[in-house]
Design a protein around this ligand. Structure first.
Ligand code: PMV
Length: 322
């Protein structure tokens, strides 16, 4: 009998630029946050069932069947079916460093780590396309009609170019770049902020269409600069994107205080990331300035900060046999 332990992991994600305008058909770029991860560990045991242990959310249950309608229970069933297995006997422990509900793709990362560890436990490896597709199904149960951006960024662990209604497109930056992510500690439901923007757009379409279009231009220039390895150009573009988000009305005094703190501490550029009003701020920095920028944002009210390097290319088999 096989008594190895299997482990797999998956990164968080953050929207680099293009949020909100993306809802109106313009492109957005999301990037993996490889330094903030979910880890799934499988311990084979001869119990005859799978014990799913989620200590971070204080959940523990047996599969089959698992809690009715639970996205992870469904994911386990679909993944094992895809791997040609009806059962798995042992303990599955999932640990996450990703804030829940903070726009950092926590549910997609949990699902990705689980799919990968189930594949490893059955002696198989799945490519990112397969992982992404299985994770998308779980995301549908979690979030209704997800855009597909989270599962793609997390499963490919690469920057992704996303236009609504088109398959998300992973791409490579020519040089790595460093981001500081600061949690404002304020939770603002994405759904409500998106709805509020829609109301504003309906009241003055011409104005908001111009703002969304301008964001679309910025996002195109960010991609060009990343693909050219011209990181210095990206900073001012992120600032420009922030200015446009302020005009749309999704920023806040706290977010702007964190952004100013980052810029004053030497960031190349900074903006809110995700839906806005709360959630995260991101700052693009040269690696030497990361700690100073993170400290400055915490002093200005961020509840926590993460530093991450977005790599050119990640050797993506985050699966180890321990
Ligand atoms: O905060 P997040 O990562 O859920 O991003 C929301 C991005 C929006 O453009 C505001 C909404 C959307 O569905 O794209």
């Amino acid at each position: 009998m096989d008594m190895h332990t299997y482990q797999a992991s998956a990164p968080a994600k953050v929207i680099l630029c293009g949020e909100h305008a993306v809802v109106y058909g313009y492109p957005a770029i999301a990037v993996p946050v490889s330094d903030v991860r979910v880890t799934a560990t499988f311990h084979p045991e001869q119990t005859g069932y799978l014990l799913v242990d989620l200590p971070d959310v204080r959940e523990s249950w047996r599969w089959p069947p698992g809690p009715t309608g639970h996205p992870l229970a469904l994911l386990i069933r679909e993944t094992l079916a895809y791997l040609g297995r009806a059962h798995l006997s042992g303990r599955l422990v999932v640990r996450s460093q990703i804030p829940i509900g903070g726009g950092m793709g926590s549910s997609a990362a949990v699902a990705t780590a689980v799919v990968r560890v189930l594949a490893a436990a059955t002696g198989q490896t799945l490519g990112p396309e397969d992982v992404s597709r299985l994770v998308y199904r779980a995301e549908e149960v979690w979030h209704g009609t997800p855009s597909g951006i989270d599962n793609t960024v997390v499963a490919f662990e690469r920057p992704v170019w996303f236009v609504r209604g088109h398959p998300p497109q992973p791409f490579y930056p020519a040089r790595p770049f460093t981001l500081v992510i600061a949690d404002s500690g304020v939770s603002a439901p994405t759904r409500e902020v998106v709805l509020d923007v829609r109301r504003r757009w309906e009241a003055d379409r011409a104005h908001y269409d111009r703002l969304f279009q301008a964001i679309g231009q910025v996002v195109r220039r960010v991609r060009e600069a990343l693909e050219a390895g011209d990181i210095e150009t990206v900073g001012p573009l992120l600032n420009e994107n922030q200015q446009l988000l302020e005009e749309i009305g999704v920023s806040s005094p706290l977010l702007e205080r964190l952004i100013k703190a980052a810029r004053d501490a030497g960031a190349l550029g900074a903006k809110l990331a995700g839906a806005g009003r709360g959630g995260n701020v991101i700052a693009l920095v040269v690696p030497e300035d990361a700690t100073r920028v993170a400290d400055a944002m915490r002093r200005s009210g961020a509840t926590r900060t993460f530093v991450t390097v977005v790599q050119q290319q990640v050797g993506q088999e985050q699966t180890l046999k321990a």
